[in-house]
Design a protein around this ligand. Structure first.
Ligand code: VGL
Ligand code: ZN
Length: 199
């Protein structure tokens, strides 16, 4: 029988109402995710965890505004408002998220010169976080993904999970999207093509 883990992506204050990079409806998913956490035997969380003046922040690039893009050595990077800075309230999990049961917290985006959307690899697609090895060593073969944002960190995590040979499922009603320039529709198609199950 497949061994399943719930991966809760970036349910942090800065992605919820009133946060620096608030995702519309982000708060609504907290009670839904809390019910899922109760149902799963294995729960893993991710936490976007940037250095101050991180290279993914528009404020680090003179003349650039949030949501513009820039060429980085590893490819095109969208620039964001300052968010989820290590040790700040914005980087904390939403206060109502029932996270105590989680067995692992994967922090990502902590290298100043590279962003990380995926829970598995940084945006260069080669620097691993260690999550694939952790799952394999624990015999976990199936991952269920929920959280923020559908079209960025959830989608890239699901794609990498599938590429790493895990069966991956995204529960769309437990996610909310940023939807920048059609990114939600595009990532939905990309996930389907990669064999990610969207529910
Ligand atoms: C995310 C943009 C920047 C996310 C994180 O969690 O989807 N998006 N950092
Ligand atoms: Zn980020």
């Amino acid at each position: 029988m497949a061994k399943d883990a719930l991966i809760v992506i970036d349910v942090q204050n800065d992605f919820c109402e009133g946060g620096a990079l608030a995702v519309s409806g982000g708060n609504e998913i907290v009670p839904i995710i809390n019910k899922l956490i109760l149902r799963f035997d294995r729960v893993i969380l991710t936490q976007d965890w940037h250095t101050p003046a991180h290279s993914s922040f528009a404020s680090s690039h003179p003349g650039k505004a949030p949501f513009e893009t820039i060429a980085m050595p590893y490819g095109e990077q969208t620039l964001w408002p300052d968010h989820c800075i290590q040790g700040t309230n914005g980087a904390d999990f939403h206060p109502d998220l029932e996270w105590t049961k989680a067995e692992l917290v994967i922090r990502k985006g902590f290298r100043p010169h590279i962003d990380s959307y995926s829970a598995f690899y940084e945006n260069d697609h080669v620097t691993p976080t260690g999550l694939a090895g952790y799952l394999r060593e624990r015999g976990i073969t199936h991952v269920t993904l929920v959280g923020l944002a559908t079209d960025y960190c959830v989608a890239y995590s699901a794609l990498d999970a599938a590429a790493q040979g895990f069966s991956a499922e995204v529960l769309l009603d437990s996610c909310r999207a940023i939807d920048l320039g059609g990114s939600l529709a595009a990532m939905t198609i990309t996930m389907r093509k990669a064999g990610v199950t969207l529910i």
